[in-house]
Design a protein around this ligand. Structure first.
Ligand SMILES: [Zn+2]
Length: 481
């Protein structure tokens, strides 16, 4: 396992990473609330954590990567109400598009996308623990977390307890002991989806799904929790308060990774502000690689200010400069075949190629500095430029050595790789991912009849399904004979 250092938001320091149970790494990332089409800001986090998972796997760690889906919340209920659609069905519809975009962006590292409403028993059990331990109280059929009982509340975001005022995501319901208390269980409102509970019918609050899922999947403590910088407060504070109070173990996670937000003219992109640039459209207009490159050409913790008509255009031009050389090199390698005799590299160039690969790993192992790795790839590309007219005379071994840095970029950054230029159609991938996702969820609730039924239907439709430990892969089967 390669050693690397990582910035942790909670301790505000960069430390060497040590897994709790080597070589395993539990990685949980706050996923989407799919109440509308995704915008260009939504994929910044997923691309970041895709690189994290790819790098960790390259470095010898066994990553279990989880991204939850908040498939029921106030916004989904409101949107569903407008169109007469069940909010969870609406979430599934948006998820089909999302999975397609994730596939087009080359994000294949996520092992599991749990949906909040598949974890109702775990959510109820955790709320009960919090009530039993005196950290939560019931009021008018809802259950709230009593933040006064958890002195560390506010440590992650640096918020002072007495400064907490009711905000957009803090519920102003009567019956709360303090305005900062957050809801764990919401009493049912007529017409909304609800479940039975010891406190009457209702549905989960926003924060509780994350810790119900992670305690179930990882236990009371795990390695890395990721999410957007806007989730530190109150969402991630609430997670720490819930999990540590419920399990009695601390810290919930060893490293908190927060991704800088993507803004438009300094403002958060949102439907209500009318400043949304669609993710699917951006991928269509440019390419999945240009969108990935755009995010990765900055440090993940830096905010990115998106300028329509400029940001992706500039990314496209810069990426083309890198990719055109990669394409020529790969074409020469294909033409050379498996063992062409030819000119070998000078010892200097050969060692430069090898050390560039080592340096790429080294740069990334300092808090996943993708920006520096891209800068190095530009320098390497420049080194190659004068060699381009001579590629046809080089031996296969020489070309393989020259391709080392590009192969690294393909494996870790998902850029400049052999397969990156043919990412394929996202619609089919999205639909298959949706079916596999339904199957994973059926298995998670031990409904193996349903899981097998979904697999059999996929096979009948020509999709091969292969379970490989904790992850599931698929490919299209050839015509059956
Ligand atoms: Zn979350």
């Amino acid at each position: 396992m390669r050693r690397f250092e990582l910035y942790d938001t909670l301790s505000r320091e960069t430390r060497m990473f040590v897994p709790i149970t080597p070589p395993k790494v539990g990685l949980f990332v706050c996923g989407l609330t799919p109440y509308s089409d995704a915008h260009i800001g939504h994929a910044k986090g997923p691309v970041t954590f895709d690189v994290v998972a790819r790098a960790l796997r390259r470095w010898g760690y066994r990553v279990f990567s989880v991204q939850n889906v908040t498939n029921l919340d106030d916004r989904l209920i409101a949107r569903g109400g407008e169109s007469g659609t069940d909010p969870m069905a609406l979430a599934d519809r948006h998820m089909a598009v999302w999975y397609g975009d994730m596939a087009r962006l080359g994000i294949r590292s996520v092992n599991y996308y749990p949906h909040a409403t598949d974890y109702i028993p775990e959510i109820l059990a955790q709320i009960q623990q919090l009530v039993d331990r005196g950290f939560a109280y019931e009021a008018r059929g809802s259950v709230y977390y009593d933040i006064a009982k958890f002195p560390r509340y506010g440590a992650l975001s640096g918020q002072k307890l007495d400064a907490l005022r009711p905000g957009a995501r803090v519920d102003p319901e009567p019956g709360k002991r303090s305005p900062g208390d957050f809801v764990l269980w919401k009493a049912a409102t007529p017409g909304e989806p609800n479940w039975e509970s010891p406190w009457g019918p209702g549905r989960p609050g926003w924060h509780i799904e994350d810790t119900a899922i992670t305690v179930r999947l990882f236990g009371p403590r795990y390695d890395i929790h990721g999410g957007g910088a806007d989730l530190k407060f109150p969402h991630h504070e609430a997670e720490i308060a819930q999990a540590e109070a419920a399990t009695g173990e601390s810290p919930l996670v060893n490293f908190w990774m927060h991704v800088g937000l993507l803004t438009l003219k300094g403002e958060k992109m949102s439907k209500s502000l009318g400043n949304v640039v669609g993710l699917s459209e951006s991928i269509d207009t440019f390419s999945p690689q240009v969108v990935r490159f755009y995010y990765l050409n900055a440090h993940y913790r830096s905010p990115l200010d998106f300028v329509p008509g400029r940001s992706l255009e500039e990314a496209a031009e810069a990426y083309r400069a890198l990719d055109s050389v990669a394409v020529r090199l790969r074409a020469a390698r294909t033409a050379a075949g498996p063992d062409r005799e030819g000119e070998e590299l000078s010892p200097e160039l050969e060692s430069s190629a090898v050390s560039t690969v080592e340096e790429l790993d080294e740069l990334l192992s300092h808090d996943f500095n993708t920006r520096e790795t891209i800068a190095l790839l530009f320098r390497w590309t420049k080194t190659l430029t004068e060699l381009l007219p001579k590629l046809d005379g080089l031996s296969t071994t020489a070309l393989d050595t020259l391709l080392g840095p590009h192969d690294w970029a393909g494996e870790v950054l998902g850029l400049l790789g052999a397969s990156e230029s043919s990412a394929g159609d996202g619609t089919l991938s999205g639909v298959i991912r949706l079916a596999l996702d339904a199957r994973a969820r059926a298995r998670a609730r031990s409904d193996f009849t349903e899981a097998d039924r979904i697999r059999d239907e996929l096979i009948a439709a020509g999709v091969r399904v292969e379970d490989d430990g904790s992850s599931t892969r698929w490919r299209l089967a050839g015509p059956s004979v």
